[in-house]
Design a protein around this ligand. Sequence first.
Ligand code: PHE
Length: 343
Amino acid sequence: MNVEELSNKLEALASLAVAALAEAPRREDAIQIKNSYLGRKGQVQDLMKVLRDLAHEDRRLAGQASNACKQAIEGAFEARMRAIAEQELERKMREEAVDITLPARPLQASMGHPLRQIEQELIAIFEEMGFEVAEGPEIESDYFNFEALNFPPDHPARDMQDTFMLDDERLLRTHTSPVQVRTMQSYELPIRVISPGRVYRCDSDITHSPVFHQVEGLLVDEHVTFGDLKGTLQHFAERCFGEGTPIRLRPSFFPFTEPSAEVDVGCIFCRGEGCRVCSHSGWIEILGSGMIDPNVLSASGIDPQRYSGFAFGLGVERVAMLKLGVNDIRLFYENDLRFLEQF
Ligand code: PHE
């Protein structure tokens, strides 16, 4: 083969390749066609084996012809790849076009968690009466959670079974009462605060959860009486559970209040007739309360000769279960939308 024949053959190969590439349907096809011509074992390489038989002066011409052939194929390949990319883009735009005339899917508006809704309601009732919100930490010291609240060192409520201890000194607060101490130590008198928040106890069944919520109330001033406590709670019960809802105070004990009372509201389901929810007693317990123990006032630097006060602690889950008719406390924590959406 002489150099002229070689050039002709290379040109013929190039036009075959260019034609094939122009028709290649997909990227893989284009790549495969290009390789069959330009690859290490491709047809162009194969043809160039004759180079060694050519006269020295013809080799340069043969090289030029081979380069021209490669460039033509390379060029056709690039052009085809660009065209395929463009076609793909066009197809995508066509297929994924958004039909703006379709009706929109309804948006699910979010709302507060039922516990938060009830908590807000409780806070609002006390704010109307002039209480302001105060908050304290969930990780507390033994001092604020127990000692300053007049718990003797061996009081059963300090038992490890109830309290989640973090180390010797720190614990997860078992009630919101430590906020009483914190506000008495840092606020100016008179004090009228309400303190909502999470509390923790090692306890769990259909009416107990290891984490739950309380709303603490605290009022300290001159001449505060047990009658003030009762009147405040009576007003609260009617605002929360409806006009005419009666309350009943039963003697009780808390280390930080004296005297202490547990407070029941007339069962909101049977209106006192007796039903399953109130165990046929007509009453449902909702909070603990009492007059602040003089020891607790003194421990916070308040003169018990001059000042007195009352406090109460309300279980938010308890109120929520009653008001919303929920009979398993765990439903509040499972985040099941079918449950949450009902409120
Ligand atoms: N801290 C008490 C409890 O968790 C409730 C309480 C608060 C009682 C304030 C009296 C006064 O059971």
